[in-house]
Design a protein around this ligand. Sequence first.
Ligand code: SF4
Length: 275
Amino acid sequence: MTRYQIAYKEPKKILTPASGFLYGYTHSLNPYTGCLFGCSYCYVRQSPVGLFRGEEWGEWVDIKKGIHEKYILEMSNLRKRGKEVTIFMASATDPYQSVEYKEKITRALLEAMVKMPPDFLFVQTRSPLVTRDIDLFLKLKDRLRISVTVETDLDEVRKSFSPQAPPIQARLKAIGELQKNSLPVQAAVAPVLPFSKEFPETLAGLVNRIVIDDFYTGDGSNGKRTERLKIKELFTEDELDKWYGKHVHQYAYENMKRAFSSEQILISKQGFMPY
Ligand code: SF4
């Protein structure tokens, strides 16, 4: 059984000026460093934090203690200077990974945000734990988007590509619950993995906005970053080769069009922008 390395850290700053694919935002906010979901296709694997730590990505996490207080301090300073603040949470970790059940770092941050709201908050996760914080999301709902990843509806496929991530059924249930509470939620089919014929209708029964992204459109390097992660091998091992390539994006779009209008389907970056 894998032993996870869990450490406590006190970072000096928590609101990071946004850059790269987050160009639409002023800041990113990562409640943790590292991610115990350890998805095979995670691009953070190739960033300095993933490469030079000396431990396998997915087997360690640093818990950032006390960051809700830092949030208030940093926000006060930004507001004093009249700055707009739009936050993407999180770009290099999952804010609702398993340690969040006990640590409640993300929850404390949201409580701080209710006291001092950003202009916009984007919450990206693949964990059903996100529903625990519906009470706080309701207080932020006019400046919020919650995005829950469901790359496929086939849990066997999920197990091949991200065995440590939460089961698909639990994520679908979470999406339905967020939508039932009239929260601004989307399903992120990103990256597209092999899915069943019924997937579009399943999603349409739960949510009215989806975003599609794949290994070519979404990796910022026309598929090269994904090639370095050797993701193609996973498709080959499972005889799923036809699901890997530039055509997959269009194929997913055509299928989703059966159940969603074109306005309800966002493509790649479009689905992750603020407002
Ligand atoms: S949940 Fe997100 S940050 Fe965590 S390993 Fe998967 S892709 Fe990377």
